[in-house]
Write a protein that binds this ligand. Structure first.
Ligand code: SAH
Ligand code: SF4
Length: 390
């Protein structure tokens, strides 16, 4: 028996093409696409407006298969983390971060990551493989479905009110809100993996996120975070210029290379040039730079001043991330007082600099803590090369 085609992994254009091979019209493809993504329906028999003959064809040739949830954890602050099964002992993690006015899903793009940033738990796990489109968009699809289910069980998927609004009557959250179609209103490609190193599946999946017949998110509501894969940034400009976040983490090449090996390939000046070019097509008029605060490593006032100088050439927003510890990382989080001092150097120079609120750290769901289950193939390779050499 030939393997069934997984329709979850199709953009609308690809779905239309595939339907044509069945002798079916484009509007049929659109109907099925909407059932899958807008209604979260995987069973062709439940797609009630399709002809019986088409349903039979679909049963024979196709399926809608999303990765399955292996485990689910809910943090005291409402953050939810799922571990998804992606086969042969591998698992990827996806995190939902509820806020008052939005629900952000942090999506993974690879099983592990090959880039080996020293402060990152995913990097420490090594790399197994790229995720396919269905596995990437499947995280969005399953999260929406599961959150709706949780809301029906009485677990809200929005914070009831803004944290700073103390004293204000809480507003109803969750399904009572009628201003949004689905729980996930924003996506950040900030889970496991380097999204630009898995370009085609990631951008195809983002195309589905933006499609009005699927999730209908605007380009401003989808953010891709990269450690600085310069050719990928340029390709993204052409293909699908969503909001861009760049993991900078150091204001000079020597320091950046020591904690992010990718800087040896694409040093800071090259990266800044690509960011400047990206601004011409970006949905926002600034680039977000992420900067993880590592005590005694990159967090001095001198570093902050260097950063001010570096960013003077480019409209930017800086997001300072408190380092989230894991295992024997060897790094320590900068304390809040020093973080605020660092921040004020930036704000005094006229930048918007925010300190990211740590969410979900009680369930290891915070930035850089996603480890999933990665059967590391890089290590195996090293051992093999070793043996062959011996
Ligand atoms: N590979 C991409 C996206 C995933 S990482 C990238 O590197 O941009 C998402 C963000 O979390 C990045 O800015 C990353 O540098 C940051 N991060 C990694 N490890 C961290 C840690 N231990 N604590 C806080 N942030 C971390
Ligand atoms: Fe990969 Fe990003 Fe982690 Fe670096 S910070 S190892 S690029 S996931």
């Amino acid at each position: 028996m030939t393997e069934k085609t997984n329709l979850l992994g199709f953009t609308l254009a690809a779905m239309t093409e595939w339907f044509a091979t069945l002798g079916e019209k484009p509007f049929r493809a659109k109907q099925v696409f909407r059932w899958i993504h807008q209604r979260g329906v995987a069973d062709f028999d439940a797609m009630t407006d399709l002809a019986k003959s088409l349903r039979a064809k679909l049963h024979e040739h196709a399926e809608v298969r999303a990765p399955e949830i292996l485990s689910e954890h809910r943090s005291a602050d409402g953050t939810v983390k799922w571990l998804f099964d992606v086969g042969v002992g591998n698992g990827i993690e996806t995190v939902f971060i509820p806020e008052y006015d939005r629900g952000t899903l942090c999506v993974s793009s690879q099983v592990g990551c090959a880039l080996d940033c020293k402060f990152c738990s995913t990097g420490r796990q090594g790399f197994n493989r790229d995720l396919g489109i269905a596995e990437i968009i499947g995280q969005v699809s399953v999260a929406n479905r599961r959150l709706e289910e949780m809301a029906r069980e009485g677990l809200a998927y929005r914070l009831a009110r803004k944290p700073e609004d103390d004293g204000v009557e809480p507003e109803p959250a969750g399904l009572d809100r009628t201003d949004e179609r689905r729980p996930v209103t924003n996506v950040v490609m900030m889970g496991m993996g380097e999204p630009l190193n898995n370009f085609v599946p990631v951008t195809d999946a983002m195309e589905i996120m933006l499609d009005d017949h699927a999730y209908g998110l605007s380009r401003r509501r989808v953010t891709l975070s990269t450690s600085g894969v310069v050719p990928g940034i340029r390709k993204l400009m052409e293909r699908l210029p969503v909001a861009l976040a760049v993991s900078l983490h150091a204001p000079n090449d020597e320091l950046r290379s020591s904690i992010m090996p990718i800087n040896n390939t694409y040093p800071i000046e090259t990266l800044m040039d690509a960011c400047r070019e990206y601004l011409a097509v970006a949905p926002r008029d600034f680039i977000t730079f992420e900067y993880v605060m590592l005590s005694g490593v990159n967090d001095s006032i001198a570093h902050a001043k260097q950063l001010v100088k570096l960013l003077s050439k480019i409209p930017s927003k800086v997001n300072l991330i408190p380092f989230n510890p894991f295992g024997d990382s060897g790094f320590v989080r900068t304390d809040m007082e020093a973080t605020r001092k660092f921040q004020s150097v930036l704000t005094d120079a006229g930048y918007i600099a925010t300190v990211r609120k740590t969410r979900g750290d009680d369930i290891d769901a915070a930035c850089g803590q996603l480890a999933g289950q990665v059967v590391n193939r890089m290590k195996k390779k090293t051992i093999k090369i070793h043996r062959e050499a011996a």
